[in-house]
Design a protein around this ligand. Structure first.
Ligand SMILES: [Zn+2]
Length: 249
């Protein structure tokens, strides 16, 4: 069963690297746009270090490629409003907190979102940039749109168990405690993508080929579609100490 995004107003996503937004909320963004909602997406970094082959893809070249890929990817979802903060990839934790939050809050104040989507304090994968962006997003929302519903990306226990073999194979997570799982009664938004929505998300992922082509070749397109384009889950923001870590919660 799907649980739709609340409300009818603007949806605001705050993410760390190009492709985070599509993996975690591509279906929700497309559905919101199809419903006539404003969707604005912020990316903190240009992802200039997102390669195993930095000689072939030096940072400036990769950043430019990823800018173009992200624009095409968002367009495939119907999203045309994007802000790139251009902060250094892999180095978000060293940025001045108040200055970044002030910059983000300025964008939030203009958009007046009803819903803010971002990582939880776990950073979903544990990536330090993701965790930092979560803190920035929460602070910016608290400052500029305190009534906006703040939602954190999460997976259900069922999803984590189904795909554990893939997570282990890819080494996606920064610690054995990840991913954090949403307790069933904590799930605030869940989109089960139908075939058309899954295809659209797959197109958006393909558009970011510098990040997804190798992975798709490795897994096969059907697995990529079943894993990355099947369901998106968010929980309401709560203080980190109160979040569930355990299996079967
Ligand atoms: Zn990322």
């Amino acid at each position: 069963m799907s649980i739709p995004l609340p409300g009818t107003g603007p949806v605001f996503g705050i993410w760390a690297h190009p492709d985070d937004e599509v993996y975690l909320s591509g279906g929700l963004m497309a559905a919101a746009r199809a419903a006539g909602r404003r969707v604005v997406c912020v990316t903190a970094t240009r992802g200039e270090h997102g390669t195993d082959d930095p000689e072939r893809w030096p940072p400036e070249r990769l950043a430019a490629i990823r800018d173009a890929e992200l624009t095409a990817s968002l367009a495939a979802l119907g999203v045309t409003e994007h802000h790139q903060l251009g902060l250094p990839d892999g180095n978000c934790v060293r940025q001045p907190f108040d200055a970044v939050v002030a910059r983000l809050a300025g964008i939030v104040a203009e958009v007046r979102p009803e819903v803010v989507l971002t990582f939880g304090p776990d950073g979903f994968t544990g990536h330090p940039d993701h965790r930092m962006v979560s803190a920035w997003a929460e602070a910016a929302r608290n400052r500029a749109a305190p009534n906006a519903r703040l939602l954190f990306a999460r997976v259900t226990a069922e999803f984590a168990d189904t795909w554990r073999h893939l997570y282990d194979r890819l080494g996606m997570f920064a610690s054995d405690d990840l991913p954090w799982r949403a307790a069933p009664d904590r799930v605030a938004v869940r989109l089960r993508l139908d075939d058309a929505a899954a295809d659209r998300k797959l197109v958006a992922l393909r558009a970011q080929a510098s990040q997804t082509a190798q992975l798709t070749a490795l897994l096969g397109e059907e697995t990529m579609r079943a894993w990355a384009c099947s369901v998106e889950t968010f929980v309401d923001a709560v203080p980190a100490q109160a979040l569930d870590f355990a299996d079967g919660c």
